[in-house]
Ligand binder design. Structure first.
Ligand SMILES: C[S@@+](CC[C@H](N)C(=O)[O-])C[C@H]1O[C@@H](n2cnc3c(N)ncnc32)[C@H](O)[C@@H]1O
Length: 328
């Protein structure tokens, strides 16, 4: 069963003329890491910059951004940019960009950082001093083969740092379908032992929320909860980038932690998943990467973003989730 909502593959044309939404500027292939980044692509809703993101973040105004999604190097030697002399050097690099990210976030803003759990564990404590709170989210995937002789990896972690207690969080935008078990008993009194069953909350009749259940901090799972596979060949969105994140995951995070018209920033653009999803969901965006080649892929993806409503994107992800559940 295919998704009935078809995605763009080619640049849109108008009377045979290719329609580009933004302007591509000249790439700088010999840039020194300490130089200020240069503007690579200017679009009505955002900008892509080429260069070192620490320098780029330093050049931005304080408290000007609503949401930062960072998928940084993991220090696992996937590429030159993912190779550090030591874990200490990696932590030093990470603290430099995290400090700048905290500076540019508005008081209502949040920073998400992706990584393997064992790597994020080294960053969480030193990063905490820039924020008022943090939740640890698990992104679970089931589509990776385990070819080694070790535990098969089926999850990555995402740290969710909040600048203040008054952070943006749209729980209704990311509710998930109730399980079949819950729907069997749609309305029932809470048990005595439940926090709603007695004491200060009195007797409380539980009824399902019309928009679905609250999301869990495990972004995954079988049957009718959210599951997000890693990007793989054959997917509409796939580029040759070695560590591309899935759009479905980004759409959930952007819906949860920003509003229409907000500014979403990604300091490690790669193939452009964050700006692409921000564009789909009618947010403004800004992003930076060292590599002009990766930024080229991001520009192509931005140029073919469909003109869909936000509801249509939510339906698109829901249909994909249902299709995956149906073939398990
Ligand atoms: C994990 S990848 C991000 C992938 C991206 N989320 C996607 O979906 O395609 C990290 C990216 O950070 C870039 N990068 C590494 N160090 C950087 C730095 N100091 N400044 C800017 N970009 C950097 C790399 O070129 C790489 O594309």
């Amino acid at each position: 069963m295919r998704n009935t909502l078809l995605r763009n593959k080619e640049l849109p044309t108008f009377f045979g003329e290719v329609q580009q939404k933004g302007e591509r500027l000249l790439a700088n292939f010999t840039q020194n890491q300490n130089e200020l980044p240069t503007l690579f692509y200017q679009h009505p809703n955002g900008q892509l910059w080429q260069g070192n993101s620490i320098e780029w973040l330093k050049s931005l105004d304080s408290e000007s951004v609503d949401l930062i999604f960072a998928d940084p190097p993991y220090n696992i030697k996937k590429a030159d940019w993912d190779t550090f002399e030591s874990q200490e050097e990696y932590i030093k690099f990470s603290m430099q960009w995290i400090e700048q990210a905290a500076k540019v976030l508005k008081p209502t803003g949040t920073l998400y950082i992706c990584g393997f759990s064992e790597i994020l564990a080294d960053l969480k404590h030193p990063a905490t001093k820039y924020f008022k709170g943090c939740r640890w989210i698990i992104w679970n995937y089931k589509n990776k083969a385990n070819l080694g002789s070790d535990w098969g990896r089926s999850h990555e972690s995402i740290l969710h740092f909040r600048k203040t207690k008054n952070f943006t969080f749209n729980i209704d935008e990311i509710r998930i379908p109730y399980s079949e078990h819950t729907l069997k008993y749609p309305s029932h009194p809470q048990a005595e032992t439940s926090q709603y069953g007695n004491g200060k909350n009195g007797n409380h009749l539980w009824e399902p929320n019309q928009f679905g259940a609250k999301p869990k901090d495990v972004i995954e799972i079988p049957q009718d909860i959210i599951e997000v596979p890693t990007t793989c060949n054959g997917m509409h969105e796939k580029t040759p980038h070695p560590t591309q994140k899935p759009e479905e995951l980004l759409r959930k995070i952007i819906l949860a932690s920003s509003n229409i018209g907000d500014i979403v920033l990604d300091p490690f653009c790669g193939s452009g998943t964050t700006p692409v999803c921000a564009e789909q969901l009618q947010r403004k965006w800004m992003s930076c990467d060292l590599s002009p080649e990766y930024l080229d892929w991001a520009v192509h993806r931005l140029d073919i973003v469909e003109n869909w409503s936000i509801e249509k994107w939510i339906k698109y992800d829901f249909e994909n989730q249902k299709r995956r559940n149906s073939i398990r």
